[in-house]
Design a protein around this ligand. Structure first.
Ligand code: TXA
Ligand code: MG
Length: 352
């Protein structure tokens, strides 16, 4: 299959761009697949109400089909067409955080095929805030199932280059919208229990949610290593987000971390390995190593979130075989950052 790539900048959607978006929407209506930018990461879209489209998504990603997809909508009223029992609390969260990087889980109704929800009786729904994504979802008929647009197991793409790398020849179209804003996937909150529960941390933090609703639970498998329980979001159990090189996190006092990483780097280099280091603006100059990258400033969590997957992908391009990363604060959005980093590292942490 030939994959068409079209460039559309979010801030300059004119007539030509709108026509291209309509065409992308038509492709979805006809059962095809289109990758598109959102504010979090790129999504791989198909018609959420067409079982054959969901099956195609799993195939293109190489993803196990028990791992449910998020249904993306563009209008609040569309939520009620696919979800049952939308609570007042959910309505309240939607009023505040939609459109935006929040996914909520509801009881599904008959319109949503089991293929889209991995056989579950619940459905995950999100209304993104990215303008191109919103127009595209409308053009596609209103319900776009979209996992992140990476091959299963790889870091989610935050620029179109990595969507092309993973999906070229497998899907109909890729909308290249440049670099995404947030860089980590949406916060997922399960709204089906008595108390809403965070199943995947993201840009919308627990504190932000609690400010609106009071108490919120968090799936405690999220930050722990060897919890016996399976995570409640099926996708969180897979070794996701992983780069090719072996990633280890070094945690402790700043000077001790850089000393330890440099020692480990020397040993690895002596055995012929190419070493990549995930540093920060503040510490970048203290490292030796073959490829030293700053993920952002320690004082700016948003910059760290935005660059983390990008750096992991770049290390893949550079064929780095060992990667060391500093640990980051796990407060606020740091919880999402550390959740993804720990998963990428298979929970290998060296304390100093
Ligand atoms: O930011 C995002 O959410 C991106 C963009 C493209 O919108 N999408 C995304 O989708 O991250 P994906 O498929 O890579 O991750 C969806 C996660 C998986 O961990 C999946 O198991 C969980 O959501 N999930 C989906 N439906 C669920 C359900 N009904 N119950 C529990 N977890 C669910
Ligand atoms: Mg994903």
């Amino acid at each position: 299959m030939k994959t068409e790539v079209i460039k559309i900048e979010e801030d300059s959607i004119g007539e030509d761009e709108q026509r291209a978006i309509e065409r992308a929407g038509m492709t979805i209506r006809q059962g095809g697949l289109v990758a598109f930018p959102t504010e979090t990461v790129y999504g791989l879209g198909g018609d959420a109400l067409n079982p054959a489209s969901s099956a195609k998504i799993y195939l293109a990603k190489g993803r196990p089909s028990d791992n449910p997809l998020i249904v993306h909508i563009a209008k609040m009223e569309d939520l009620y067409k696919i979800a049952d029992q939308v609570s007042l609390e959910a309505k309240h969260l939607a009023d505040i955080f939609w459109p935006g990087p929040l996914t909520m889980i509801f009881k599904k109704n008959k319109l949503v095929p089991a293929e889209t929800t991995g056989g579950l009786e619940t459905v995950a729904v999100r209304m993104p805030v990215h303008k191109t994504a919103l127009s595209f979802i409308e053009a596609a008929g209103g319900f776009v199932a979209a996992p992140s647009a990476n091959l299963s197991g790889k870091p989610s793409p935050t620029i179109a280059k990595y969507v092309i790398e993973d999906m070229d020849g497998k899907i109909d179209m890729i909308i290249d919208g440049g670099s995404v804003g947030i860089g980590l996937e949406s916060t997922i909150v399960d709204m089906t229990g008595d108390v809403p529960m965070i199943l995947r941390p993201g840009y919308i933090t627990r504190e932000m949610l609690e400010e609106v609703l009071g108490q919120i639970d968090i799936d405690n498998t999220i930050l722990s290593k060897d919890s016996k329980q399976a995570p409640k979001a099926p996708g969180m159990k897979y070794r996701h987000y992983a780069p090719k090189g072996e990633l280890k996190i070094v945690r402790g006092d700043v000077a001790a971390v850089s000393k330890k990483i440099n020692q480990l780097t020397k040993i690895d280099q002596e055995s012929g390995k190419k070493v990549g280091i995930i540093a920060t603006d503040e510490t970048q100059s203290t490292y030796i190593g073959d490829s030293i990258k700053s993920v952002g400033s320690k004082l700016d969590e948003a910059s760290i979130a935005q660059h983390l997957y990008l750096i992991l992908r770049e290390f893949d391009d550079e064929e780095v075989s060992a990667i060391y990363s500093e640990a980051f604060s796990d407060k606020g959005m740091g919880q999402a950052i550390m959740n993804r980093l720990l998963k990428a590292a298979g929970h290998q942490v060296i304390e100093v």
